[in-house]
Design a protein around this ligand. Structure first.
Ligand SMILES: [Zn+2]
Length: 162
């Protein structure tokens, strides 16, 4: 299976969004931060062209506190072409901060989820920070638990570098 496809981002899998909302709630009051990956809509059985967000990848070494989350960019695999990002705002404000806008330049879709992390407590933005449409799609993910691509060895080696 190819992990990355070019093309328009047409939506996010409902299971993936639910997962991210739950993870954000668990991370509260700190920010949750991850990168988004997608799959071709037709590979997911949809009769549409484009890419559907299907995975949230947590980068080891991500530093998080109540007002920010910083990805350790040296831990992002070279072959990982994320389609965007997702992070939480524990204060519930569903708008990108100035710091967010500075990081939105790469990736086509950036999702902000906010306290209290209900199904409706999220918005999607483009790289300029303008709100954009993102459909929530009911698709069957081949392996809905494959959110973490890193092995424990990867994490241990990162921790031992500190
Ligand atoms: Zn933010």
């Amino acid at each position: 299976m190819r992990l990355f496809r070019s093309g328009e981002i047409i939506g996010i899998a409902a299971d993936t969004l639910d997962f991210a909302l739950e993870a954000s709630e668990e991370t509260h009051p700190d920010e949750y931060m991850g990168l988004l990956r997608g799959e071709d809509a037709r590979d997911l059985g949809l009769d549409r062209d484009g890419t559907v967000v299907t995975d949230v990848l947590i980068i080891p070494g991500t530093e998080s506190n109540p007002v920010s989350a910083t990805v350790n960019s040296s831990m992002i695999p070279n072959d990982m072409r994320a389609v965007g990002s997702i992070h939480s705002h524990p204060n519930g404000v569903l708008k990108p901060s100035d710091a967010d806008l500075a990081t939105f330049g790469s990736g086509d879709v950036h999702i902000i989820v906010g306290f209290p992390y209900r199904t409706s407590d999220w918005r999607a933005f483009d790289r300029e920070g303008n709100e954009r449409k993102l459909d929530v799609l009911n698709v069957d993910l081949a392996d809905p638990e494959s959110f973490f691509d890193f092995t424990q060895e990867d994490i241990d080696s990162e921790l031992s570098d500190k």
